[in-house]
Design a protein around this ligand. Structure first.
Ligand SMILES: Nc1nc(=O)[nH]c2c1ncn2[C@H]1C[C@H](O)[C@@H](COP(=O)(O)OP(=O)(O)O)O1
Length: 215
């Protein structure tokens, strides 16, 4: 491991030059100084849509549907994603059109799934693919009262060109149900979703049920 005393420069960006821009994304050449003091170049993509007073580009919604006599379910969306060329399994999500992550999340959840929820937690700004883009998101934790009359028959409010299928997966078997879906059809799962699923498996994991206890 390198000694921390060798590198004394605080890394920083020197300039950002536009290479190409479209309606939704742009490509920039980023000149920066690395921790050894060397000036280097990075190719960076950015969204063009970030609003000036917003903390992030978008919101992802981790929505738990809670109903009497049912297991708690995670509300997921399946849709064709052109950059992937196939369907993906994701948390509902959308770009932030207003500065409030909570308001943006509840609006997107309603549009994509038809459910009305209540915000119970919001992450700090999180990066999505920092080696490629400055794109950021808040993950907003939402509880949905599935017994509420408004949530009995949820109706999506999709815009033109939006085709979203809602999939409910039980929280206590989340990873297993995702694995089953992946085996059944060509679908790519979002990284945030699968990491959450692995975390849930660990949370529901009961050491006493193991045939062999590890040291
Ligand atoms: N990179 C994109 N290219 C496009 O051609 N269009 C895009 C891009 N990103 C977003 N959009 C469009 C598609 C929708 O009409 C709007 C809003 O999308 P939103 O629902 O907020 O977000 P996602 O569900 O994550 O697409 O933007």
């Amino acid at each position: 491991m390198a000694s921390p005393n060798i590198h004394t420069t605080e890394p920083h960006v020197v300039k950002e030059e536009l290479i190409a821009s479209g309606k939704w994304v742009k490509l920039e050449k980023t000149t920066y100084v690395d921790p050894s003091g060397s000036t280097r170049i990075w190719e960076t993509t950015k969204r063009t849509t970030r609003i000036s007073n917003s903390t992030a580009d978008g919101v992802g919604i981790l929505a738990l549907l809670k109903r009497t006599l049912h297991k708690d379910c995670v509300v997921m969306v399946k849709q064709f994603r052109p950059p992937m060329g196939c369907n993906t399994l994701e948390f509902p999500a959308g770009l932030m059109m207003c500065p409030s992550p909570a308001a943006a999340a509840l609006r997107e959840l309603k549009e994509e799934t038809g459910y009305k929820g209540e915000v119970v937690g919001i992450t700090p700004v999180t990066c999505l693919d920092p080696g490629l883009s400055n794109c950021t998101t808040h993950i907003v934790m939402v509880h949905i009262n599935g017994d509420d009359i408004e949530n009995i028959n949820p109706t999506q409010q999709l815009g033109d060109g939006e085709f979203v299928e809602v999939i409910l997966l039980p929280l206590d078997e989340f990873q297993q149900k995702i694995d089953e879906l992946l085996q059944k059809e060509k679908i790519v799962v979002d990284c945030k979703v699968y990491i959450y699923a692995m975390g849930m498996s660990q949370a529901f994991f009961k050491p006493r049920e193991l045939p062999v206890l590890k040291q």
